[in-house]
Structure formats: C-alpha cells, structure tokens
Design a protein around this ligand. Sequence first.
Ligand SMILES: Nc1ncnc2c1ncn2[C@@H]1O[C@H](COP(=O)(O)OP(=O)(O)OP(=O)(O)O)[C@@H](O)[C@H]1O
Length: 732
Amino acid sequence: MIRLLATNCNRHLTQQLPKFQQVPQTQLNGIRDFSGHLKNANKLLRVVEQQASRAAETGGKRILNTRLILLSGCGVTLGLGTRTYLAFARQAQCESNRLAGVIQKTLQQEDNKFDWRRFWSYLEPHLWELLGAIAAALIVAFINIRIPNLLGDLVNTLARYANTYVKDPLHNSFFSDVRRPASNLLSLYFLQSGFTFVYIYLLSRVGERIAAKLRQDLFKQIILQDISFFDANRTGELVNRLTADVQDFKACFKQFFSQGLRSMAQLVGGGVSLFLISPHMAAIALAAVPVVVAFMSYLGRKLRNLSKDAQAQSERATAVCEEALSNIRTVRSSACEYSEMELFKRETNEAARLAQDLGYGIAIFQGLTNFFLNGLVLTTLFMGGHLMSTESLSPGALMAFLVASQGVQRSLAQGSILLGTMIRGMTAGSRVFEYLQLQPKVELLRGYEIPPKHLNGEIRFENVSFAYPSRPDHVVLKDFNLILRPGQTVALVGASGSGKSTVAALVERFYEPTSGNIKLDGYKLSDIGPYWLRGNVLGFIEQQPILFATTILENIRYGRPAAKNEEIYAAAKLSQSHDFVSALPDGYDTNVGERGTQLSGGQRQRIAIARALLKNPKILILDEATSALDATSEAEVQKALDTAVLNRTTLVIAHRLSTIRNADLIVVMEHGRIVESGKHEELMAKRGLYYDLVRQQERQPVQEPQEIETNTAGGDESNFSTTTDRPNMQQG
Ligand SMILES: Nc1ncnc2c1ncn2[C@@H]1O[C@H](COP(=O)(O)OP(=O)(O)OP(=O)(O)O)[C@@H](O)[C@H]1O
C-alpha cells in the first residue's frame, strides 16, 4: 500500500517536473496556504526541499525522485491519513516543480553544451561563401597531398644525374628531363597560393560578419532583459561575454575552417598517399593512430572543463576592473585604490593559475604529440632505408613518403594546437549562446497603446503586493492601494527601505507585481506595451541621473530621439537649463564627459529634467530628484521641477519637506504599507506625523564621536561584499 501511494506520488511529481516553469509563484503560495494547517506535511516538505536542494547541487533528478519516493512513503507511515496525504502530495508536487526548476537551471549551467543548431543559424546566411572557402581549403589540401608525389618524381629524375658528370650542360638531356616534373610542381605551387588567398579571404569575411551579428544579437538580447536580470548579473561579466567570448569564438571559428579543415583533409589525403607509396611503412606508422585518438579525446574533455573554469574566472576579474573604473570617484574617495589593486591582482592571479593549468594540459598534449611524430620520421627513415637496401623502395618513393608523412605530421601538430583553440572557442560559444536564448518575461513591444485622446494619466494601485525576484521571500509591498488622479501631485514619504522607490519602479514596469493590479486610466499596466508606456507616458527623474559622454544637445535628445533642435531648446528652457548651457563656451555642443562628470550635480539634474520633459509625459516620477543636491542647486532644480509638474500627474518620492510642500496628497509609508495619508495641513494637525518621519531622516541626531577600533591586521568586520558575487576585498 505504502509502495503504491509512494509510486503514485512520485508519478505525479515526475509528470509535473517539465511544467514547473509555467506554475506561477502565486499558485504555489496558494497551495502552500491551503495546506498550511498540515504541519506534519510541511515538516516533511522542508525535508524534501533540503534533500532536493542537495540533489540539485549534485545535479541529479534521479536522487530527487528517489528521495521523494522515500519521503512520501514516510508521510504515509507517519499516519497522515488519506486527506492529509493527498494534500501533502499536491503540495509536494508543486514543491517538486519548483525544485525541478532549480535542478534544471543547475543542470543547464553545469551542462552548458554547445548549441549546434543555433550555430548553424549563424552559418546559414553565409553558406555559399563558406562552401567556397571550404572548397578552396580542400583544394589546397589536395594540392599539398599531390606535392610529395611530384617532388618524388623530381627527386627520381635528379637521382639519375646524381653521380653523372655533365660535360656540356647545354647539350645533355637534364633540362628536358627536369622541365616536366619541375613545371608540374611550379603550377601546383601557383595554384596552392591562389587558393590559399581565396579561402583565407572568404573565411575572414564570414568570421567577421558572424562575430558582428553575434555581438549585435547578444547586445539586443541583453538590453531587452528584465531589470531583474541586471540585478542578478554584473555589468563586467556581461561586457566580457560581448567582447572576449565573441572574440574567442570568432578566432576559433576561423582557425577551425582555415587550418583545421585543411589539416584534416591533409591528414586523410596524406594517409591515403602514404598507403599508395608504401603500404608496408604506412601500416606501421598508422598503427599508433587509435592510441593517439583515444588520448586526444580524453585530454580534450579534461581541457574543456579547465577552459570553462579559466574563462569564468577571467570574467570575474574583468568585472572587478570594470566596476572599479566605472565607479572611480567612489574608489578614490574611499581611498580604496590599493585594495582594488589587490582584489584585481587576486582575481587575475587565479585566472592566470587556471589558464596555466590549461596551458599545462595543452603542453603535455603537444609534447607527447611531437614525440610521437618525430618517432614517426625516425621509423620511416629506418624502415625506408631497410626497404631501399633490399631494393623494394626507390629513393624518390622514400622522399615522397617522408614529405607526405611530414605533411601528416604537420597536420597532427596543428591539430593539437587547434584542439586548445577549439576548446576555448566552443566554451566561449556556449557562453554566448546561453544568453542568446534568454527571453525576457516582459516583452518590450507587446501590449496595447492608449489613444492620446483617452490618455488622462490616472494611476491606480489595487491591492498590490510585491517581492523582488532576487529576494522572493522578502515582501516589499503588501496590499498596497493608491490612486494618483490626473494632474495631481502625490508625495511618498517614509523611512528608508519602506518601499517608496519600489512603487515608482512598478509604475515604470521595471518589475511586475506579485499580486494585485496597477492600472493606467483603467487599463491594466501589465497589458500596456512597456516601450510605449516609457517612451510616451512616463517621465522619470532619479536622484543621480546619468548622462552619456556626448553633447548636451544629444543628452537631452535622448528623451525623444526624433525631437527637433527647437523642441530641445524649449525643454531646456522649461527645465531652467537654457541659461547655464548658453553660457558654456560650446553651448549645447558641450561634451559632458563620462557620465556627465564635467557638469555640476544640479546642472546634470536639470539636463535630466529637460530630457524627461522633451517627451511631454502625462506622468512624472521624481525619485528623490533633489536630495543629492546642495541648498543652492536644490533651489534651482526645484524651480525647474515646479514648472515641470504643472498639469501632469506626478509621483514624488521625497526625503525633504521642500519637495512635498505643494503636493496635493502626502502618503506616509512604512514597511511597504500606507500608514497615513492626507494633505500637508491635515498631516500636520495629526501630531505632525509625517514631519516626524521626514525629520527623522533630515535631521539625524549628531552622534557623539566614538572611537573606532581599527584593526590593522584586517578582521572579519572590515570585509565586505556587495549584493552580487563581488569577491571579498580581504583574503580568506
Ligand atoms: N533590486 C532590488 N532587489 C532586491 N531587493 C531590493 C531591490 N531594491 C530594493 N530592494 C529592497 O526593497 C526594500 C524597499 O526598497 P526601496 O528602495 O523601495 O525603499 P525606499 O523607501 O525607496 O528607500 P530609500 O528612501 O532609502 O530610497 C528594501 O528592503 C530594499 O532592500
């Protein structure tokens, strides 16, 4: 009976495994709630979860299934009863779905195979050029196979004159004898160089075009990902895939087709001609080939793993470097240059160590290959000499055999070098393809657009709950309800971490609510096209806007790329930027430097406001737009904002009173919930509630200076790591 139930449960679980990804988290939560009273089942589930996570770590679905059979058996023996058991089975089923996803992901990462189908989709458009290159490379290989025979003919001709003293060179038959084999050889040399040019040129064209297309597609795929993807991946690592990995892949591709294909053809053709020249000697030479092939495939597998680790580590080192350089001001102001150097050193040393291991493996392989090949030459000479002494082989045939075997030798030697490149290239390729297949959950262009005449700019939050995908257990907003009426300014205040910016991020559709709805003019935000929404309805001004390293004109135009210059000047005037921009020597053509560092914070902010106003948005979101500024700049920017918000629905996330004084509604948030709301005066009347909250942040009590114990040896306390997997600054 137990067995039957356990098998039944397991069958359910196994059937559900592939469907996992379609089961929404809410459903899982629902089922969890439904059987929340089943404490015993829950206890068991925790065990299941632990076991399954361990199974995921070890990468085995089978282990999971076996454990589930055992555990469901346990569930029954514990006497949970049929109803309980069924609830348990259902819950376990969903849990297993979730865990199967974890396992699948783990397995995918582990078993990141090279996607040949996708590779083919990149090759296909260049098929004719590629076939041309392959044909030319094969012709070169064929010519290379023919050359030893013709050389043999020439040597045989020359050998006839080896011990002959030529009295009258003009009247002996040497030239007429030599002309034919020599001219045959010359025309082959000529053809060989012509076809070499053709295949190298064609391959380079195909390789470069594929690499460019790969980079474009990868960039497109990355830039279209959900914001949560960027929460989970570091910029340096992404850039590394776009640059180093595509580069490695391209280099491997070119080498494989230029040298690899030729070497392979030469190997086969050379082998055949060796047999034709002297089957005896060829049989002896080729006897060792199976050993070499077995050895090659064994080492190839080992080297591929090593290469994967080395590339991942090099990516980590790039990420450290990229992060430090792009945040150079923070690094400098924190006096962290030397620790960054140390960190980079550690990461690059580790990358070097792994790359050295890889080099070590390749070196062993090449050394052994060389030994094998040289042994082959010696054996040929030894055997050939013996056959010549018994007159079963001519000197020309020995020469041809030697040259042909050297061709084979070169091909094998090249093959061993190529193996290293291939390993790197295929690893890089699979890393590129891995990101190419990612699909964002929210498609940028999908969804409808509200006709302009129906667009009023009303936002409603209806029982919205939300947890960030990277921290699903930490609920940031709970049953959040809020209405922003058209043209109204609503200010969100509250302690740090209470969820204010999250509200703004949800309006921007950077994330999707876990439950509940957000509506724009009665339409569900989730049904509206995010691209249209952000490009036409919303203007977003953040605390520290980032400008691009180009002119002020282009930076403002970023808000609406099709805007005319006159519209840009108008937006600049509206944002109080026109005067200071005109006073600059190059005016609107002034280059603002990387991230706009050549402008002051207040100027940057006003340019960002101009950028947002350029699209004439119905809704403005100001996320602490003035909190990073000093009093003078704040006053200037506030003036710009006061003009900007007129006739627009505005959501202000505020830390300072000055920014919310004119708000139509002030909403006080605490732990993801609204605790108080009303007009400025109303809230003042209610014990100055929001003043307290805001003041709490505005006027932090001055702390008594405390002596900070410094630990020169570097204790654990001074270690830090960021949310992503940035390595720890300190050793250990
Ligand atoms: N990208 C993210 N991934 C995971 N958790 C996040 C993310 N962004 C914010 N959080 C968490 O969500 C909670 C609310 O953050 P939010 O930024 O909305 O607060 P806030 O009220 O705007 O704070 P502040 O006033 O300090 O800007 C915090 O606990 C924060 O740690």
